[in-house]
Design a protein around this ligand. Structure first.
Ligand code: ADP
Length: 256
């Protein structure tokens, strides 16, 4: 059975500050189909802050407030997932991690044991950063980095990032009309990876750099990443279910 990690960003899962229910439902339906197609699926989901905001509209400009909102919203987000997955007779579970877990072999093994056990019992692990004790992803990565670590250390072949952008382009498509989609990427340059450190660089707009860093990390460990739209799941569906690569970008080191 092929193990995959799916990461959904907060832009996809939220709309005007609240949880985008129809998009969540489409994601749940896709995961149910994947599980029926013999995939083992782990979900990394953002969206806790937006969910919290629907219950208590705190000012989101400070990190401490976002931490508080995440703490409020995480159980709501999970109960929404639970309700939706129940329609497909699927159980889901909550696993809260933080980057440092993967710095300890012992902690990584404990977490992997739990993930393996959940998957063995056909339960979907839904992972998020534990934002009240660690603010790394809340501040920088929107779970891009966390999901790459999850894929590698929990031994998934592929990380699927469902984004507000439908692929990786040769330049930012929101700024340039002539941007061209890169269907397959086998190498990411140092300049592209370090674009985050120079905020004036046009390349560094949006969250594409953390996605490239995640792709680079996985490729260096012999794993793959697929970046596709989270608004329209047709490309990810055809890639994973029909084996047809229509849209989206595959980051891979294999030549096939
Ligand atoms: P998400 O919310 O899914 O995590 P982000 O908004 O953080 O996604 O990052 C995706 C954004 O990165 C796109 O909307 C796009 O404007 C920007 N971007 C910058 N350069 C590129 C590029 N070369 N290819 C694709 N997107 C890019």
């Amino acid at each position: 059975m092929k193990r995959i990690v799916i990461k959904v960003g907060s832009h996809v899962l939220t709309e005007k500050g609240t949880v985008a229910k129809s998009r969540m439902m489409a994601l749940v339906e896709l995961i149910a189909t994947l599980k029926a197609n013999k995939y083992e699926v782990v979900l990394v989901s953002s969206g806790a802050v937006a969910a919290g905001f629907t219950l208590l509209p705190l000012d989101r400009s400070t990190i401490a407030n976002r931490q508080a909102l995440a703490a409020i919203g995480q159980p709501l987000l999970l109960s929404m997932y639970q309700e939706n997955f129940a329609k497909f007779d699927l159980l889901c579970s909550q696993v809260l991690l933080y980057a440092e877990v993967f710095e300890s072999q012992e902690h990584t093994q404990h977490a992997k044991d739990a993930i393996d056990k959940l998957l063995e019992n056909n339960v979907l692990p839904i992972i998020n950063e534990n934002d009240t004790v660690s603010v790394q992803e809340l501040v920088f990565g929107d779970n891009d980095r966390l999901s790459a670590h999850v894929a590698h250390y929990f031994d998934a072949n592929l990380l699927v990032i469902l984004s507000d952008i439908d692929a990786f382009y040769d330049k930012d498509p929101n700024q340039y009309d002539d941007a061209k989609r890169r269907a397959v990427v086998t190498y990411i340059s140092k300049e592209e990876l370090e674009a985050a450190h120079t905020p004036t660089n046009e390349f560094a707009t949006g969250g594409i750099v953390t996605k490239l860093q995640s792709a680079d990390f996985l490729m260096k460990h012999g794993r793959e990443m697929f970046l596709a739209s989270g608004f329209d799941l047709a490309d990810v569906r055809s890639f994973l279910i029909d084996g047809e690569h229509r849209g989206g970008t595959l980051f891979t080191t294999s030549k096939t």
